[in-house]
Design a binder for this molecule. Structure first.
Ligand SMILES: [Cu+2]
Length: 129
C-alpha cells in the first residue's frame, strides 16, 4: 500500500513537471510575431534580441513610418552579434552587451529580411499598411 502511494506521488510530480515545462516553453519562446514594436513621437522602434539568433525572428511593423531597429545584446558572443540586412546595405557588428539602433528610414519594402553575418540566423520585419 505504501509503494502505491509513493508511486502515485512520483507520477503526479513527473506529470506536473511535464505540464509546467510545456507551459513555460510555449509562453517563453517568442516564435512568430511578438509585442516588440512601439511608436514614440512618430518614430517606430522595433526591438530585437540578438543572442543565439534573433527574438522575435518575425516582427510586425507599420508601413510608412520612419523606423529604427534596436538590437539588444546580452552576453552575445555568437555570430548573431553580426547583423546583416543586405537590401539596405546594413552590415553591423553589435557589442556583446548593449543596445544598438539601426536607422532604416521609412521602409520601401513590405518584408525586410536580415540575418547574422553568416546567414544562418534569419529574421524579418513585415511592414503593413
Ligand atoms: Cu551566423
Amino acid at each position: 500500500m505504501k509503494t502505491i502511494a509513493i508511486t502515485s506521488f512520483v507520477v503526479i510530480v513527473v506529470v506536473g513537471g511535464i505540464f509546467m515545462l510545456a507551459g513555460s516553453s510555449s509562453s517563453g519562446s517568442s516564435v512568430g510575431t511578438a509585442d516588440n514594436v512601439r511608436v514614440i513621437d512618430g518614430k517606430q522602434i522595433i526591438e530585437i534580441q540578438a543572442h543565439g539568433g534573433y527574438q522575435p525572428n518575425k516582427s510586425l511593423a507599420k508601413a510608412g513610418l520612419p523606423t529604427v531597429i534596436r538590437f539588444v545584446t546580452s552576453g552575445t558572443f555568437d555570430c548573431s552579434a553580426s547583423v546583416r540586412i543586405s537590401a539596405i546595405h546594413v552590415s553591423k557588428l553589435l557589442p556583446s552587451t548593449g543596445s544598438t539602433d539601426i536607422d532604416i528610414g521609412t521602409s520601401t519594402v513590405t518584408t525586410l529580411r536580415g540575418s547574422c553575418g553568416m546567414g544562418m540566423y534569419p529574421f524579418q520585419v513585415e511592414f503593413q499598411g
